[in-house]
Design a protein around this ligand. Structure first.
Ligand code: HXC
Ligand code: NAP
Length: 275
């Protein structure tokens, strides 16, 4: 169930917006009349997302770009601004992840997640800044519970997302006087997504264990996150900036950790039996 807030002719840019949670956000804005740009690495993901979003009848731009490439991010933003004008809403949600203990992680394995999640977020916001509507633009970074709850097997993502959180707060200070708001959303376990399947529910047993850890005893949906994004980008949130808002069925401090660590224990057991 999606809430209805009119975004007709607003320009919404979603990095990492071709699948999962971020696609759900792009889809919600497209349904509300926005002109939507989605960007991610794989051309086939971009093409599929553009086709799906155009079904809502609005204007859609898709660009293939890797957020680790500063110039490619700049070119993607330039393309979208040429088509749809200044950016009213910017979502930065590209991320990479895998389960691995720090002692087994290669330097490149740690770096790749920091580069996508944290440096990528810097690239997106830095390149977009000159094109954000001022006053009025709303920037939303997608973070994760491991940014504030330390979790085994998540040294890379915990460090990267904690960096995203503090980066969001600093820019809320620096860009506030320009009339730009910055907030971040921390999703709980969102059903049907790659991050949830890979990290917490590789088996039906893991999935059921994860469900029981959520105080509300259910997983989140794409609409749960999309609705919060619509609200944060709307005039109803005009005085909210610098906030990190969990959208997680009440599990901000505990829900994900036991399930993720159990999945990690299983993964380590698999490695052990192979070794
Ligand atoms: C140990 C691993 C590994 C694994 C990769 N690496 N997978 N190390 N265990 N399972 C190491 C590789 O060996 C390599 O290091 C380095 O990481 C880079 O791997 P590549 O495959 O070359 O990188 P790349 O093709 O750029 O892919 C990046 C990726 C990949 C992060 C590894 O998983 C990806 O593209 N993911 C995007 C989709 C995704 O993960 N979505 C979920 C987001 S969920 P060496 O030293 O060998 O070169 C999320 C939070 C969810 O963010 C929160 C839920 C609570
Ligand atoms: P997902 O479907 O894998 O989404 C990740 C998106 O980022 C994809 O569109 C991917 O497309 C893109 N991407 C990955 N690396 C990129 C790069 N280097 N450059 C540009 N785009 C890149 O995963 P998801 O689970 O929905 O996660 C979405 C966001 O929610 C992430 O920020 C994640 O940390 C956060 N989150 C998810 C959950 C959950 O339950 N799923 C919980 C908490 C937080 P390409 O492969 O085409 O690049």
């Amino acid at each position: 169930m999606q809430i209805g807030i009119d975004f007709t002719a607003r320009h919404v840019v979603v990095f990492g917006g071709t699948t999962g949670i971020n696609f759900g956000i792009a889809d919600a804005f497209a349904r509300q009349g926005a002109r939507v740009t989605v960007a991610s690495r794989k051309q086939e993901n971009v093409d599929a997302a553009v086709t799906a979003l155009r079904a809502h009848g609005g204007q859609v731009c898709g660009v293939a770009a890797d957020v680790r490439d500063f110039d490619a991010v700049g070119a993607a933003i330039a393309t979208s601004v040429d088509q749809f004008g200044p950016i009213d809403v910017l979502i930065s949600g590209a991320a990479g992840n895998f389960l691995c203990e720090a002692k087994d992680m290669s330097s490149n394995g740690f770096k790749v997640v920091v580069d996508i999640d944290l440096v990528g977020t810097f690239h997106v916001l830095r390149q977009a800044h000159a094109h954000l509507r001022r006053p009025g633009a709303s920037v939303i970074n997608i973070t994760a519970p491991q940014s504030f709850v330390p979790m085994r097997y998540q040294a890379h993502a915990s460090a990267a997302k904690a960096g995203v959180d503090q980066f969001t707060r600093v820019l809320a200070l620096e860009w506030g006087e320009e009339g730009i708001r910055l907030n971040s959303i921390s999703p709980g376990p969102i059903d049907g997504t790659e991050g949830f399947r890979k990290l917490m529910a590789p088996t039906p047993e893991d999935r059921e264990f994860a469900r029981k850890q959520v105080p509300m005893q259910r997983f989140g949906s794409l609409d749960d996150i999309a609705n919060l994004s619509l609200f944060l980008a709307s005039p109803y949130a005009a005085y909210i900036s610098g906030a990190l808002i969990p959208c997680d069925g009440g599990g901000a401090l505990e829900s994900v950790k036991p399930a993720l660590e159990a999945a990690g224990n299983s993964y380590r057991g698999t490695l052990g039996s192979q070794g």
